[in-house]
Design a protein around this ligand. Structure first.
Ligand code: HEC
Length: 188
């Protein structure tokens, strides 16, 4: 009984201390303050395991390798992703510099990635990192187009990237689910 009472008092004290820290404003939320290695490991491992577990149920479409998907995905990638994740021939962006965690260069990491995990991350985003949930504005088909393109990134030359992404303006509504075309800014 005594033991239980002590444990309970201990827990109460810890909870009070935590609330105290929260309200004191002691914790520095600045994005330009480097995170400790332990915090980085913790957040990254939580993210990886969370995605692995949830992506296991995703079914990969049989036509993922279709060049039309890669082509459509390229256009979306240049508009929506290159500003954070760079691209062949695009080696810096002002937006990326200020983000914490820093968005990975997909051309370096995406080649070996499981397509189901790429799909899940692009659709649902990653909380508290700046990685948006594109499923709010894009159909699953459009997200698979992005997956198809992202998987090709590591082997892509800057010239091929240019070729895939520099094209005449599309008629209104083409490519996006949300007509009319609202003109994403091209980066850079
Ligand atoms: C505003 C910046 C931003 C934009 C725009 C953005 N992302 Fe991200 N993305 C991030 C950040 C930050 C992470 C890293 C999250 C982490 O480490 O937990 C990330 C992570 C990812 C990952 C996981 C990479 C890995 O293996 O660790 C993929 C895949 C990805 N993004 C794809 C995309 C695609 C495709 C688009 C465009 C449709 C996109 N992102 C647009 C910020 C962005």
């Amino acid at each position: 009984m005594k033991f239980l009472r002590r444990t309970f008092a201990g827990l109460l004290l810890a909870a009070a201390a935590l609330v105290g820290v929260v309200y004191s404003g002691l914790y520095d939320v600045a994005a330009d303050r480097p995170d400790s290695g332990l915090l980085r490991w913790f957040l990254h491992t939580v993210m990886e395991r969370s995605v692995e577990v949830r992506a296991a149920d995703v079914t990969v479409p049989a036509d993922l390798e279709d060049p039309v998907r890669v082509d459509t995905g390229a256009e979306h990638y240049a508009e929506m992703c290159a500003g954070c994740h760079l691209a062949p021939g695009v080696s810096a962006s002002e937006l990326r510099e200020g983000l914490n965690p820093e968005p990975p260069e997909l051309a370096r990491v995406a080649g070996s990635a499981d397509p189901r995990e790429l799909f899940w991350i692009i659709k649902h985003g990653i909380r508290m990192t700046g990685m948006p949930a594109w499923g709010r504005s894009h159909s699953d088909e459009k997200i698979w187009d992005l997956v198809a393109f992202v998987r090709r990134l590591p082997a892509m030359t800057p010239a091929r990237y240019q070729e895939l992404t520099a094209r005449p303006p599309q008629p209104p509504g083409h490519g996006h689910d949300d007509t009319p075309d609202h003109g994403h800014g091209r980066i850079p």
